[in-house]
Write a protein that binds this ligand. Sequence first.
Ligand SMILES: O=C(O)CCc1cccc(O)c1
Length: 523
Amino acid sequence: MTHDEADVVVVGLGPVGITLCNLLAAAGVRVEGIDAADDVYALPRAIGMDHEVMRIFQNIGAAEAVAAATGHYRPSEYRSADGTLLRRFDSPAEPYPLAWPPYLTFLQPDLERALRANGKKFPHLTLRTATELVGLENPDRPILTLHDKASGERTRRAPRYVVGCDGANSFTRRGLGVALEDLDFDEPWLVVDMILEDQLAPLPETNVQFCDPARPHTYVCGPDQLRRWEFMILPYEDPAEVNRPERIWQLLSPWLRPDQARLWRSATYNFHALVAEQWRVGSVFLAGDACHMTPPFLAQGMVQGIKDAANLAWKLAHAIGSGSEHLLGTYQAERRPFMREVIDITKRLGQFICERDPDKAHARDAEMAAAMRTGQGVQIRQNLFPPIRHGLVASNIDGSPSPRAGEPCPQPWIIGPFGRKRLDDALPPGFQLLIAGDMDPSPTLLDKARQVGIAVHRVAQEKSCPSLLVEEDRVLVDWLTAKGARAALVRPDHVVFGTAADTRGTEQLVCQLQMMLVAAPDK
Ligand SMILES: O=C(O)CCc1cccc(O)c1
């Protein structure tokens, strides 16, 4: 390795790769990000993101620039062929638990540009476009061959780590010989993005899943004038034939005439459910679509890829800074089973939406409409997925999970002489112990926390002592109290390691983390 070699090469600068580059560079890691294309992909693919992702963008200093590319997320309705309401997902009310709206829509090309521009803040981050990975040898001490498409030159790299964020057809994954586990969902769909030119076009006010057995289809409101339709391609149809403008306008005719909107993008592809058998081989990791693909029904594709990046970034930074690789084993241990659950939940909705048998669809409609009548069909779009259950999360003495372990820690607004700030902006990065203002941390606890490198903060509702952080609402304290907890130990990626009800329990939690940092479970 030469002295100016990067610690990490990130392959692929889509939303996942460029987020990882920013996160690593913000943690002081020397990063080289490469992408085979000359520029960002100019058309939208992902359209939905959530508050955890916005928080990650906030943590790299890109929140304002990204927010400019986002729009309000509408509620979602599931409707039968005759228009009966079968199910509804509503947005939670404020105060938002992570200080961002729980879901947002966005324009992918603008998002990617904002993240690439943000990367320029970091002197240790080099981004190379029109540069393709063409060789990957010896994953334990990786040697890469890069092809510069402009000059035709080939160069070699020997970074400490490589992360393949190079999409569904990942060269990195194929180079490692990693197989994809097929989770049994494979449906061909047409995706159409329209730019609305007539504000008076009679479109639904909400996102809609049209659970019509004759042709299941989806309507999603994007930011500004972007509106997306997705149509299932039927078994006897030819995808290329369905993807012709005349056919697309026919499919859109219940909502739009050609003078009311412009066709921005259309594509046909198969909605898949796949997860890589291995997310790491030696010093080479996979993230995003390179290691999982989920049907789009809950808009989780990009969201989960960016969560991979956040999960991996601090562990790589820790390994590079400390020379200890223990934590790296927790990446797959945490993310793979979690991703399987995300895919399972999404698939269940997908099977419900994609039902093509009219009798089964009729029975489904009757059952769902009955649930709507008893109030069970309306769900708040929050906490749809379980916490992380494996890896670097605390358990109680009896082996049960520590309350709140594996959940994202709330991010209250903090108020003070500076005005109001989101919690993460008021704290240094790293492990945090957040203690309810009425609990006094013992000297033993403070000492132990210092040894392990954990910053301790007391969060209260009013400033009865100068060292307290004051939260604007009761977001954090209510979240702790709901589980009988007074303290939360939180990882650098804001995933809760565990909670405790008192000082003694908090000391034990810190000791558990200390032990796991040197021997973290990779199962
Ligand atoms: O809000 C919803 O339920 C729709 C989510 C969504 C977003 C993008 C594509 C898609 O098929 C579903």
